[in-house]
Design a protein around this ligand. Structure first.
Ligand SMILES: Nc1ncnc2c1ncn2[C@@H]1O[C@H](COP(=O)(O)OP(=O)(O)OP(=O)(O)O)[C@@H](O)[C@H]1O
Ligand SMILES: Cc1cn([C@H]2C[C@H](O)[C@@H](COP(=O)(O)O)O2)c(=O)[nH]c1=O
Length: 727
């Protein structure tokens, strides 16, 4: 679900090219404009019905409170509508209801004289409007993923979030100001006709936006209806669907993690909002400091939503979500500790960035990973929960800090004035970080992949992938080394010894173990005179990786799954040494490529046969014409040799480094001694005999060649460097 390689603008264009989504986006814009206008107009309309300022405050506040109430009453069941009934018709009916009830408010003012009644009606109408919005939103949210390819969902969400929380609130404010001016121009500043007050005109206008959206959805976005779930008869009863929705949320780790994280973030946000005024005072920043912190928080929110996907690149969206919560909550801790406005502004920015990223990734995950028939309920649950959590935390925290005031702290060497906002913010930050960590653990889709290496790799476009599981485990042994080091000879010896004790052994190599691999081998190793062109370094790396991917999937993994011992002449290290060090391609890129090709399969043991390149090339030369890589310069082969040695010293427990200038039989004995420790106890015993025999052969060969006696107790270090050896 990560963004594609299109530019941000290109991605937006690609999403808007999808006709049903484009129309839904226009509907959303209009409906959201209506929502914001409704919020502003209905509350100012109610306030305008009375004269004294206290009553105006009550009227204004009660309309806002009435808007929040339906979340508590209807939130739990709203999702059932979205999942049970045709979503298009649900949206159309909701919009028509909103049209009628918005229009009813100024209409009531026209026909009823009593201002108390008009306010009461405004409150009832607002309640009904908000109730229908609770049903409309999950239906819309659940419909979006069905209109788009999955890969476009994130950009679509960026667009809808920016529209709902960035563009339309500003537009609503501008429309309201514009309408006020228009009313003055058309009807004059005083003695306006009934129903022509700016807030009334705004409500008429607002009603029309909902009529327009109802018509557009009904006639223009028929695709929303195209679900099989319209067959209500075969569905369980509404109550059952309702309980199914709750148990789905509590039983599904992804949704549980999402809900926990989102609620945690909103709780943190609620505490920040609830304490903001007192917090600004504790920084001696006053009202302008308060405004600055708020503006920065929203700026961060915008940055998180707009730039988040570009920043994290290919990072798993589940991991991104958990980390965003940790970032937002951790930054609340910065706010708790900040003693200077500049630090607090930085903290507020990061809180916003984290929250914006969490909002975007959470919405995308809910849309993309929750099955269609449950999606409405999942969205409704989150919609209800966030409102409740936000309301509770804002009010609770403002009450607590209001009552707590500030305390004088004397540390002996210094005295402080500590505002109660600080411990409260610190508590919210700590709880938020915990919520993020728990969410991350619940939802992690890359268990076992180190988090920070994955984040860094993803930012650079190369996320780490979890290792593919193996059903049963055989033993995977790899021989590595330069040209003519004696790998094929040692592979043969080891295979014979293991077969003698009754093990199934699969001898294989890279490149060229399969028919496809044979063709790749000739593509990479045939000299240019034969192929007619020079293979470029990156193409060479990809060809070896392709051979490896096919080899691992079709030969190595199946054999290991059977419990066989697989002995391979070369594997991943050859690519790191030859393409990385030899061709000087970036080693981490070559490594990532191999990891991807092999699904993370690592050998149990790598036997590195270390030899002076000049000696190895001379041995290989005796076989006949040199292939393309053997023909490389001595400096190239020197680089390859030292890359192999570096790899071995970075992970000594997995490597056996042998001095390959020693006789083949002696090397074979050393290999057997090491392999013995990897075998089950009974086979370890059988191998002892094979080693005895091999030792006798080796001793005869060495004595014949050099006149020296061979023992099996050889030093761990060779005089020319820190290399591990058992021979
Ligand atoms: N320990 C050794 N001492 C001397 N010669 C050896 C030794 N091991 C193998 N040889 C000889 O060196 C040559 C190359 O050996 P081998 O084919 O096993 O090496 P390799 O590492 O597989 O080579 P390549 O990388 O070219 O495939 C052969 O002629 C082989 O008999
Ligand atoms: C797997 C692998 C191999 N090579 C090179 C190393 C050798 O020059 C040849 C293979 O020849 P061999 O006789 O079979 O040893 O290919 C490489 O460059 N990168 C790799 O990943």
């Amino acid at each position: 679900m990560a963004s594609s390689d299109l530019s941000g603008f290109g991605e937006l264009k690609a999403v808007l090219r999808i006709r049903p989504f484009r129309r839904l986006w226009a509907v959303l814009g209009l409906s959201s404009l209506g929502d914001w206008l409704g919020l502003l107009a209905a509350s100012t309309f109610a306030a305008a019905q009375v004269d004294n300022s206290a009553a105006q405050g009550v009227a204004f506040g009660s309309v806002i409170a009435v808007r929040l109430l339906p979340a508590l009453v209807l939130g739990p069941v709203a999702g059932v509508f979205a999942d049970r009934f045709d979503r298009r018709l649900t949206m159309v009916v909701c919009d028509l209801i909103r049209f009628l009830f918005f229009a009813s408010m100024p209409a009531a003012a026209l026909v009823v004289d009593d201002s108390t009644l008009v306010i009461a009606w405004a409150a009832i109408a607002t309640f009904i409007i908000e109730t229908t919005a609770m049903i409309w939103t999950p239906a819309k949210e659940a419909a979006v993923p069905n209109l788009l390819p999955r890969a476009r969902l994130e950009t679509a969400n960026q667009l809808t979030l920016a529209t709902t929380y960035g563009i339309t609130p500003v537009l609503a404010g501008l429309v309201l100001i514009g309408l006020e001016k228009l009313v003055v121009v058309v009807f004059g500043a005083t003695d306006r006709p009934a129903g022509a007050e700016p807030s009334e005109v705004a409500l008429w206008f607002n009603a029309l936006t909902f009529l327009a959206t109802a018509l557009t959805v009904f006639f223009g976005i028929k695709e929303i209806s195209g679900r099989r779930t319209a067959d209500v008869e075969r569905k369980p009863g509404m109550l059952k669907e309702f309980t199914q929705g709750w148990s789905f949320v509590s039983r599904t780790p992804l949704v549980r993690g999402l809900v926990l994280g989102i609620f945690g973030a909103f709780a943190g946000g609620g505490v920040v909002v609830g304490t903001a005024k007192f917090y600004a005072v504790s920084l001696s920043a006053g009202d302008s400091g308060f405004a600055l912190l708020f503006a920065t928080l929203f700026l961060g929110l915008g940055v998180g939503i707009a730039a988040g996907p570009r920043i994290v690149g290919a990072l798993s969206r589940r991991r991104w979500f958990g980390l965003s919560i940790v970032l937002a909550a951790g930054s609340v801790l910065i706010l708790a500790l900040a003693t200077h406005l500049a630090v607090a502004v930085g903290g507020a920015l990061l809180v916003g960035v984290g929250a914006g990223m969490a909002f975007l990734s959470g919405t995308t995950l809910l849309g993309g990973e929750v099955a269609d028939d449950m999606r409405g309920r999942a969205f409704a649950f989150v919609q209800m929960g966030t409102r409740v959590v936000l309301m509770l935390t804002i009010s609770l925290s403002s009450v607590i800090v209001g009552a707590g005031g500030s305390r004088h702290l004397n540390l002996g060497f210094r005295e402080f004035e500590v505002s109660s906002t600080r411990p409260l913010l610190a508590l919210a930050g700590i709880l938020g970080v915990l919520a993020g960590v728990v969410a991350l653990r619940q939802m992690d889709d890359k268990k076992g992949v180190p988090l920070f290496a994955d984040v860094l790799g993803s930012i650079r476009g190369r996320p780490l992938s979890p290792d593919e599981p193996l059903a049963a485990r055989g033993l995977f042994i790899v021989f590595e080394g330069g040209e003519g080091a004696g790998k094929s000879t040692q592979v043969r010896h080891l295979a014979e010894a293991l077969e003698k004790i009754g093990r199934e052994v699969v001898v294989t190599r890279e490149p060229g173990a399969t028919p496809l691999g044979e063709r790749i081998r000739s593509l990479v190793l045939d000299p240019p005179e034969v192929t007619g062109e020079v293979v470029t370094p990156r193409a060479e790396a990809l060809l070896y990786a392709a051979d490896r991917a096919h080899h691992v999937a079709s030969v190595v993994r199946p054999a290991l799954a059977r419990g066989a011992v697989v002995i391979s002449d070369r594997y991943v290290d050859s690519s790191l040494a030859y393409q990385g060090a030899g061709r000087t391609l970036p080693v981490d890129e070559v490594s990532w490529l191999s990891k991807w090709a092999t699904g993370g399969l690592k050998p149990d043991l790598v036997v590195l046969l270390d030899l002076e390149p000049s000696v190895g090339l001379a041995r290989a030369g005796r076989r006949g014409d040199a292939d393309r890589l053997e023909s490389e310069s001595l400096a190239f082969h020197e680089r390859v040799r030292y890359a192999f040695l570096d790899l071995a010293s970075a992970d000594p427990s997995r490597y056996l480094v042998l001095d390959a200038s020693r006789p083949a039989e002696a090397l074979a004995t050393g290999v057997l001694q090491r392999v013995r420790h990897l075998m089950p106890a009974e086979e370890e015993f059988d191998l002892e005999e094979a080693i005895e025999e091999a030792l006798e052969d080796a001793a005869e060969t060495v004595t014949a060649l050099t006149g020296d006696e061979l023992t099996d107790e050889l030093p761990d270090e060779l005089p020319d460097g820190g290399r591990e050896t058992r021979v």
